[in-house]
Write a protein that binds this ligand. Sequence first.
Ligand code: ATP
Length: 303
Amino acid sequence: MPSNSVTVRVPAKVNLQLSVGPREADGFHNLVSVFQAISIFDDVTVSRGAPGSGISISVSGEQTHGVPADTSNLAVKAAQLMIDRFDIDADLQIDVKKSIPVAGGMAGGSADAAATLVALDALFQLELSREELHRLGSELGSDVPFMISGGTAVGQGRGDQLTAALSRGTYHWVLALSSVGLSTPAVYAECDRMRAELEIAPPQVSDALMQSLLAADAQAVGRALTNDLQSAACSLRPALSLVLEVGRDYGALGAIVSGSGPTVAFLVADEEAGLDLAVALTASGVVGSVARALGPVAGAKVI
Ligand code: ATP
């Protein structure tokens, strides 16, 4: 018998590499993005709603500030896409329990969209393939396909052509969170402004990063972390440079602004180093709050 409710757990991501090509005529940038899914999760529950209620959404949990509870929520957009594409005749209630920081460069909105696609696939027994789910996801946003698969992967093009990366080992992360997010379009615009006079080469996957992931060499991964949006994020939010410095001073193997920020991700050697760094960052007074996470973890899955 079909169930009336499905819950999907979906992780956040950090970017190990984010290389941004020149701005194209249509305003987009070609990207090379190496993603790792990490153990901070949102839970998205999709239930059959009361007849005639359409799609409703509620948002609860640790991170609700700034998350729209209307049709602009990416989870609602994902549900609408599935309803239209598969001619689903149903009313839906979506409940998002958020732990992924909002507007933090950790793809929380994309994660909820991915979770909603996977939930509707299960709720209506559509039995879509991974590829079909990816295609639907890429219509919603460039990070959505990765949030469906999780693990470690390389995104190219607009970030949506995805291939799994050969990665061994488990990585320990400490995340310095800001209470105020940064707008992704504003960070790209600042990046374009800062590069206005420069010749920008097409982005390439970093060999150093791929080899370090394959070798499970956390020190080398730490050295290979790169983000072309980092200086733009720091230019808009100068305090981020200080946060990066504090983490490096306390022995992080690598320090990087995640995606368009303002979350700063520190790679550390092990759990103990993570605890020490978390304490040091908190004591420094330069970060809003601190979280710890492990990666890679699986993508959106029914629980
Ligand atoms: P990315 O890393 O993909 O650039 P981000 O982590 O910086 O994204 P999100 O947390 O996805 O940013 O949120 C960006 C904006 O999207 C929010 O400020 C909010 O207005 C809107 N939004 C829409 N749906 C959601 C959702 N389900 N969760 C969080 N934000 C959402």
